[in-house]
Ligand binder design. Structure first.
Ligand SMILES: C[S@@+](CC[C@H](N)C(=O)[O-])C[C@H]1O[C@@H](n2cnc3c(N)ncnc32)[C@H](O)[C@@H]1O
Length: 203
């Protein structure tokens, strides 16, 4: 978020897979640096919706909206986002920890690309997701998937990196999440081999 707001100058955010509100939500990080930032959160969990509506109030200069929608319906997400964001101006699409919940049958690469295709040049994709690079985690997820209605899909770093195809990579590329421009004082305690993150610009 610091890169997107300070260095890339982005002021509009589409945060798909927002998650339960916590400290330093997307709009708080963005509006702390640029109060005029406009943020649309998207999630399909009713519990997230209730908490988000209660807790996610943006700055008076900016905007903060919440959309109850499924990432597998990009057209609806874009139509709803257009109520708050100017889709003629650059937007940062953030998809942090969501695509692991999407099976191959739902074609995750195409979902990312459908959302991005509606955004103008100068927009960014910031995406992170769990990788299949840790044997203990692989086994745990396999066991979880056998008992859960919602399955999780760990993927190779190469497959996740392929979702950035056609975009201009931002250094250091798609790397272990804890290594993506960690600043001194950041909490980088996550084991480095369980997820990757990357940011890239639409030319
Ligand atoms: C692991 S959380 C990540 C939250 C936040 N982005 C973060 O990085 O802390 C994933 C979120 O994606 C949401 N999600 C899962 N499947 C979804 C779908 N098909 N459509 C929209 N949101 C979904 C979940 O409800 C959950 O809030």
């Amino acid at each position: 978020m610091r890169f997107l707001v300070r260095e890339a100058g982005i002021r509009q955010f589409l945060d798909v897979g927002a998650g339960l509100p916590t400290a330093d939500n997307t709009h708080e990080l963005a509006q702390r640096i640029a109060p005029e930032s406009r943020v649309v959160y998207v999630d399909n969990d009713p519990l997230v919706l209730v908490h988000a509506e209660a807790l996610l109030a943006g700055s008076p200069e900016g905007a903060c909206a919440y959309v109850d929608a499924d990432v597998r319906d990009p057209e609806r997400i874009l139509a709803e986002a257009a109520r708050t964001l100017d889709l003629g101006r650059p937007v940062a699409l953030t998809m942090l920890g969501i695509m692991g919940q999407i099976s191959d049958a739902d074609r995750p690469a195409e979902l990312v690309s459908a959302l991005l295709s509606a955004l103008p040049p100068g927009s960014y994709l910031a995406l992170s997701d769990g990788t299949d690079t840790n044997e203990a985690l692989n086994r745990a997820v396999e066991a979880y998937n056998q008992q859960s209605a919602h399955t999780y899909h760990l993927r190779s770093p190469q497959e996740i990196a392929s979702w950035f195809a056609g975009l201009e990579p931002v250094e250091p590329g798609v790397v272990p999440t804890a290594s993506w421009r960690t600043d001194p004082g950041d909490d980088a305690t996550e084991a480095p081999d369980v997820s990757v993150a990357g940011v890239a610009k639409k030319a």
